[in-house]
Ligand binder design. Structure first.
Ligand code: ZN
Length: 276
């Protein structure tokens, strides 16, 4: 990249920050973006909604992605690409051939490789400027304690409620998501301030009422839509952008392209967030 081009981009970044009304004190002078950062993140830096402060907030953030499958693949790829500084990837399973139609971080040569390792390898190729930490393990509540934000990309209701409870207890921001068939939902949560997943859905569906992906099937692009929305919500919360899906969930039915935003409120007696 030429010096002229770099100077042009830096000018755009400053201009975008000014238009967004970003406070000057939010832009640290000592630890600003390098020329390489400006080049790598140029297409988001020039957004009117974005700023150098937003980019630095991502760089300083630690995000835990629970599940490196159909939802975790787009979430982790977009967060790595966007410049989240430290990304933990939790998954206990190995890559299977039936995963490959929807789990876009894994390829045929990865069969039998732990998903956390397979995902981490691709994410490091994608962005060597960030730290990627694979955890080949089942989710455990202690994993959320160092995180600024958790994105739940698990595929079971048991894990989903476990992640919600852990994030509420530690007051760590959470982006929930789920998908089966051609439909899914996304919800952003600031525990203690906004409705949690259990506030919206006090109990899991009875056994058999909500088939898993293995039982009911799922189309890859449908999972990609839900995962992309989760990635967007995560970036929105980290960068402080307006319009987060707080006190609401978005139900997406791709049979007829219906997006429905459903308002929810905190439940005073919620088992997970009622006492915080
Ligand atoms: Zn709650």
């Amino acid at each position: 990249m030429s010096d002229d081009r770099r100077a042009f981009l830096r000018g755009l970044v400053r201009s975008a920050a000014g238009q967004a009304g970003a406070p000057q004190e939010a832009q640290p002078a000592a630890a600003g973006l390098s020329d390489a950062d400006v080049e790598r993140y140029a297409r988001q830096l020039v957004l009117p909604e974005w700023s150098e402060a937003a980019q630095l907030a991502l760089r300083e953030a630690t995000v835990l992605v629970v599940g490196a499958g159909a939802l975790g693949s787009p979430v982790a790829a977009y967060l790595a690409g966007a410049g989240v500084g430290r990304l933990g990837i939790v998954d206990a399973d190995d890559v299977e051939v039936s995963n490959l139609h929807r789990q876009t971080l894994h390829f045929t040569p990865d069969l039998g490789v732990p998903k956390a390792q397979s995902a981490a390898a691709k994410l490091r190729f994608l962005n060597p400027e960030i730290v990627v930490e694979p955890y080949q393990a089942r989710f455990a509540p202690a994993m959320v304690e160092d995180a600024d934000l958790v994105v739940d990309c698990s595929d079971s209701f048991a894990t989903r409620y476990e992640v919600n409870a852990a994030c509420c207890a530690a007051r760590v921001a959470l982006v929930e998501g789920g998908v089966t068939g051609l439909a899914g939902l996304v919800m952003a949560i600031r525990p203690g301030d906004t409705a949690c997943y259990r506030c919206a859905f006090p109990e899991p569906p009875p056994p058999g009422a909500a088939p898993s992906c293995a039982e009911g099937g799922v189309l890859g692009p449908a999972a990609g839509v839900i995962g992309s929305l989760q990635g967007l919500e995560a970036i929105r919360l980290l960068a402080g952008l307006d319009g987060a899906l707080l006190d609401a969930f978005l139900h997406v039915d791709l049979h007829d392209h219906a997006f429905l935003r459903v308002a929810v409120t905190r439940r005073p007696g919620c088992r997970d967030c009622g006492a915080i």
